[in-house]
Design a binder for this molecule. Structure first.
Ligand code: MN
Length: 352
């Protein structure tokens, strides 16, 4: 028996895994049917059809095919989050209701499959005070593991002063906010739709990266030094940009002063995940500039192929202790997921 066979399989926690609930689907469908101009609806056009598209079934399923796919690939846990564009497109009351329903459902899912699922809570920035209350409920009452925000809300980002209660809540609860992309606001999206570049192909990353820079220049990381923001897709380009951000921060003069350099905040306040970026050069670059404690594994189920992500992370040429941090140790730390070596590998007993 060689070395590799003797080792127990590594726990795999996937951290950007989408789910949905009927209330969310219905609300999006109603917006699309009402002829909303929201650019996100361009890619959600399926919702106007009569029957529910298969990918929506995959989003809503947490008991059948999702678990089978996880078992086949040895993925122990999905950290679930309400699929993009979340509740960002809805009016305040509906947005809060859908977010709260999604959080209740996540708590039920966790209770049903405690070894297989963790969850990121949604909140509706449209009503910042209610959002902050829901954030507290989600962590302290429902036991969820952090937050998801699908980037901008009606073209506004978390740097706006009215959203301070949200950043304060996240920092106070010591719970990270995963900023998941959505299509950029209409003026920016309109420049990209000609070639369908407004979503995952390009627009997602430019909007999500801008969101973090706006938070940074609002001095939020100075005011809340423990505030943690998570970005998917290997950091939405920001790690690659660190040197140039520092250069122009020091030489530009027009930007607000900050206590530290942009690259410091990116290293200290940002975590990145591998979602939808199964490519060794970007992972190695991320490890080089951020270190092994700031990168987490993600698949982006059901939008991207789980097998590709697992095969990539299993085979990429990095030391096993680093692989272990990316596969589960960093997620356990950031999202307060109990380390459970006994059910580490596949959790297959549950479905055997
Ligand atoms: Mn995603």
């Amino acid at each position: 028996m060689d070395e590799i066979e003797k080792k127990p399989p590594m726990r795999r926690i996937a951290t950007e895994e989408a789910f949905s609930i009927p209330e969310h689907y219905d609300a999006i469908r109603a917006l699309a049917a009402a002829g909303s101009e929201e650019p996100d609806l361009v890619m959600w056009r399926h919702f106007l059809g009569n029957s529910r598209p298969a990918f929506v079934d995959n989003l809503m399923d947490v008991d059948r095919q999702r678990l089978r796919t996880m078992d086949e690939l040895g993925v122990g846990m999905h950290l679930l989050s309400l699929t993009s564009p979340g509740v960002q497109m809805f009016e305040a009351g509906l947005a809060a209701e859908v977010a709260e329903a999604a959080n209740d459902r996540l708590a039920e899912i966790k209770a049903r499959h405690p070894d297989r699922y963790a969850g990121l809570a949604s909140f509706a920035p449209q009503d910042p005070k209610r959002a902050a209350r829901e954030m507290e409920r989600a962590i302290t009452k429902l036991g969820l593991n952090g937050f998801v925000l699908n980037s901008h809300t009606n073209g506004e980002y978390l740097d706006e002063p009215k959203f301070r209660p949200i950043l304060e809540a996240a920092a106070g609860l010591d719970a990270a906010i995963y900023i998941h992309p959505r299509v950029p606001p209409k003026p920016m999206a309109d420049l990209a739709v000609k070639y369908a570049l407004e979503s995952g192909h390009w627009g997602f990353q430019s909007d999500a990266a801008l969101h973090v820079l706006r938070i940074m220049y609002s001095k939020a990381f100075d005011d809340f030094p423990n505030l943690k923001i998570v970005l998917g897709h290997m950091g939405e380009g920001l790690p690659y940009w660190m040197w140039r951000l520092d250069y122009w921060h020091k030489n530009g003069g027009r930007r607000p002063p900050l206590k530290k350099l942009p690259s410091d905040y990116i290293r200290e306040n940002l975590m990145i995940t591998t979602s939808g970026m199964d490519w060794a050069p970007t992972l190695k670059f991320g490890l080089d500039v951020l270190g092994p404690d700031n990168i987490m594994f993600a698949i982006d189920y059901p939008y991207q192929e789980a097998r590709l992500s697992v095969e990539f992370m299993d085979s990429v040429d990095i030391p096993d202790d680093v692989r272990e941090k990316i596969y589960h140790r960093n997620a356990e730390r950031i999202f307060k997921i109990p380390s459970a070596p006994g059910i580490a590998a596949t959790g297959a007993k549950e479905n055997a």
